[in-house]
Ligand binder design. Structure first.
Ligand code: ADA
Length: 557
C-alpha cells in the first residue's frame, strides 16, 4: 500500500492492490450467498469504489470481489485499510471476518496450507442494520467498495500487532514506546528498537501469549516536530523475528488559557474541513489526488485541516506529517438522531470504530485533536452518555491529545464539559442572518461559551461557509454566487484572525463534493453537490480560494 515508509522489512507482506474479479449481486442477502456459485463477470479496481464507476453509478446492494494469491503455509493476516460500508471476508470459501464501518483498518486471520488461496470479499453499500454507522440522510454520498489498500501478511510465531510512540518530553527528547504483541506460546525472545537507524534498546524479553511491552527511550539527536519544521523520525522495532516500523515526530500538544499549544507555543488553527471524495473515485483517493490536496492546502496558507466526517487515508496523514499540517481526526458521524445514537448496537459499533481510528492514526504528529459525532444531539440529555462514552474511550486510548466534537448549536449544547476544546459549527449569512452580522454572531458564541464557564478552553469555529456554484455570478451578488461566498468568507477570516478568544477556524469546505441521494438533502444542493468548497469537486479554485489564501498567507508572515 502507498505509505511514505515501509512498515515491515522482516515480515513477508504481499500487496494485493490491483484489479480484482467482480460481481454485482444487487439485492442478495449476504447470508444466503453461496460463494461457489458467484459468477464473476466483471472486474474492479482495488482500491476503488464500484459505484463511482459509470457501470455501477448509484447502485446500492451487495457486490463480490475476488482475487487469488500464492501462499506459504502458516498463519495469514489480511489487512484491509478500509471497506465501505459492511463486508464479509472469505478465505477459500470460509467466512473469516465481518466488518462494519468503512474508513478504518481491520484485519482478518486464518491458517492456511501452501498453495493458491482464493480471497472473496462480499461488500455491501446498503443502509441498514449491518451498517449502523452509515445513514442515508448524511450530507455526503456513501460510496461503496474496497476503498483503500489490501495486503496479505504472513505471520510467524511472534507478532508485533501495534506500536504506540508518545513524546514524554520534547525538552528531554524522551519517548514512551508501547509494543503490543501476540505469540503462539510463552517464550523469551530478543527485542530491539532503533530510531533513525541508531540502536536505542536491545534486551531479551519474556513473552506471554499476548501482552504489551512499554519502554522509555531517548533520542537526543531528534529535532522537535513543528508546523514550520516538521522533523520526522523512523522507529523500527524487532521482536523475535517479526518487525514493525512507525514514523513519529517529537511534539507535545496541550490546551491552556483558551489556546491550543504545540510544544508550549500557542497556535491558531487556520484551515478547512476536507472530505475524501471525488466524482470519479468516490472515497478511494489515488495517491496523486492526496498529494494535490496537500499542495492546495499549503498553497492556501492553511495550517489546519479537519477530517470531516470520518478517519482519513493513512497516506494523507503521512503527507500532513511531512507538510507540517495540523489535523483533527474524526470518527464517522453526521446528525445521528437521538434514537439511533442511544441504540446499544450503534454505540458498540462507534466504540469499535473509534478504537480503529486511534490505532491507525496515533503515531502521526500532524494529528493534534480527536473528534467524534459531528452535529449530533449534544443538546439532549439522552445524547450525553454517548458523548461521555466515546470521548472517554478516546481519552483512555490516547491521553496525549485533546478531544472535541463539532456542536450543531453552541447555544443549546449540554456536553461542553466533556471536551478539552469547544468547537462550534455555525452558518451565519447562509442558513440565517446576513454577512454583516457574522462578527457579532461569532462573538456571541464566544461570550456564551465563556458564560457557561468554559473560558479556559480553546474555541474553534469548526464550520462556517456558503454555497457557490462554480463560475456563477450575477449582478445582485446573491446566494450561490462566487461573489457572495467570497464576501462571506473574507468577513469570517478577517474577524477570526487575531481574535483574542477564537483559536481555530475550519472553513466549510476545501472542495465541493457529491451529496447523498436523500431527496430532502438533494433539493438543497444544486447539481446534487455540496458546493461550499473553496475549490470545485475537481479541485479547480473558486474566487473565494484566492481571497482566503491572500488573508491566510498574510497572517503567516
Ligand atoms: C453541517 C455539516 C456539514 C455540511 C454543512 C452544510 O454543518 O456538519 O457536513 O452538511 O452543514 O453544508 O450545510
Amino acid at each position: 500500500m502507498a505509505r511514505r515508509f515501509r512498515q515491515h522489512v522482516l515480515r513477508p507482506v504481499a500487496d494485493l492492490d490491483g484489479v480484482w474479479d467482480f460481481a454485482y449481486l444487487g439485492d442478495a442477502d449476504p447470508d444466503a450467498v453461496d460463494p461457489a456459485g458467484i459468477v464473476f463477470d466483471d472486474v474492479m479496481a482495488v482500491p476503488g469504489c464500484f459505484d463511482a464507476t459509470p457501470a455501477y453509478a448509484g447502485r446500492r446492494g451487495l457486490a463480490a470481489y475476488r482475487t487469488r494469491v500464492a501462499v506459504a503455509p502458516g498463519r495469514q493476516r489480511l489487512v484491509f485499510e478500509g471497506v465501505q460500508h459492511w463486508c464479509r471476508v472469505l478465505w477459500n470459501g470460509e467466512p473469516i471476518r465481518d466488518h462494519a464501518g468503512g474508513f478504518t483498518r481491520f484485519t482478518a486471520e486464518t491458517a492456511s496450507a501452501a498453495g493458491e488461496a482464493e480471497i472473496v470479499v462480499l461488500v455491501d453499500n446498503r443502509f441498514g442494520e449491518r451498517s449502523p454507522l452509515h445513514l442515508e440522510h448524511f450530507d455526503w454520498y456513501h460510496f461503496g467498495g474496497i476503498s483503500r489498500s489490501v495486503a496479505l501478511h504472513r505471520l510467524g510465531p511472534v507478532r508485533i500487532d501495534g506500536l504506540k510512540i508518545d513524546t514524554v518530553s520534547v525538552g528531554d527528547k524522551r519517548l514512551q514506546v508501547r509494543l503490543d504483541y501476540t505469540a503462539d506460546a510463552p517464550a523469551t525472545v530478543p527485542l530491539a528498537i532503533e530510531v533513525d537507524g541508531r540502536p536505542v534498546l536491545a534486551e531479551d524479553v519474556a513473552l506471554d501469549t499476548a501482552g504489551s511491552i512499554t519502554r522509555t527511550v531517548e533520542v537526543p539527536w531528534a529535532a522537535p516536530w513543528s508546523t514550520a519544521d516538521p522533523h520526522l523520525s523512523l522507529l523500527a522495532a524487532t521482536l523475535g523475528g517479526d518487525d514493525l516500523r512507525e514514523r513519529f515526530g517529537l511534539r507535545e500538544v496541550a490546551t491552556a488559557n483558551g489556546r491550543i499549544a504545540l510544544n508550549g507555543e500557542p497556535v491558531t488553527l487556520l484551515g478547512v474541513n476536507r472530505h475524501e471524495l471525488h466524482p470519479q473515485f468516490g472515497h478511494a483517493q489515488p495517491a496523486a489526488l492526496l498529494v494535490a490536496d496537500v499542495q492546495q492546502l499549503k498553497d492556501l496558507g492553511a495550517n489546519f485541516v479537519r477530517g470531516s466526517h470520518y478517519p482519513l487515508d493513512p497516506l494523507f496523514l503521512d503527507l500532513c506529517d511531512e507538510a507540517g499540517l495540523l489535523v483533527w481526526s474524526e470518527s464517522i458521524g453526521w446528525q445521528y438522531p437521538v434514537e439511533h445514537l442511544t441504540d446499544p448496537a450503534f454505540v458498540e459499533a462507534q466504540l469499535a470504530h473509534v478504537g480503529e481510528m486511534v490505532e491507525a492514526a496515533r503515531n502521526h504528529p500532524s494529528v493534534v485533536l480527536w473528534g467524534v459525532l459531528n452535529e449530533c444531539p449534544s443538546w439532549s440529555e439522552a445524547g450525553y452518555p454517548v458523548y461521555e462514552a466515546l470521548l472517554g474511550r478516546l481519552r483512555e486510548l490516547d491521553p496525549t491529545r485533546p478531544v472535541t466534537y463539532a456542536s450543531l448549536n453552541a447555544f443549546d449544547d449540554k456536553c461542553f464539559d466533556l471536551v478539552d476544546v469547544v468547537s462550534a459549527n455555525t452558518y451565519p449569512g447562509w442558513y440565517f442572518g446576513d454577512v454583516a452580522g457574522i462578527p457579532a454572531e461569532l462573538d456571541r458564541i464566544a461570550a456564551h461559551v465563556d458564560a457557561l464557564g468554559h473560558g479556559d478552553k480553546p474555541l474553534i469555529v469548526s464550520e462556517i461557509g456558503a454555497g457557490a456554484v462554480p463560475g456563477w455570478n450575477d449582478a445582485n451578488g446573491s446566494l450561490w454566487t462566487e461573489d457572495y461566498q467570497t464576501a462571506l468568507l473574507t468577513t469570517v477570516v478577517d474577524h477570526v484572525i487575531g481574535h483574542d478568544r477564537i483559536s481555530g477556524l475550519g472553513i466549510w469546505v476545501l472542495g465541493d463534493f457529491r451529496t447523498t441521494e436523500h431527496r430532502e438533502m438533494l433539493l438543497k444542493r444544486p447539481r446534487g453537490v455540496n458546493d461550499k468548497g473553496l475549490v470545485d469537486e475537481y479541485r479547480r479554485p473558486k474566487q473565494s480560494f484566492k481571497a482566503v489564501r491572500e488573508r491566510f498567507r498574510r497572517h503567516d508572515r
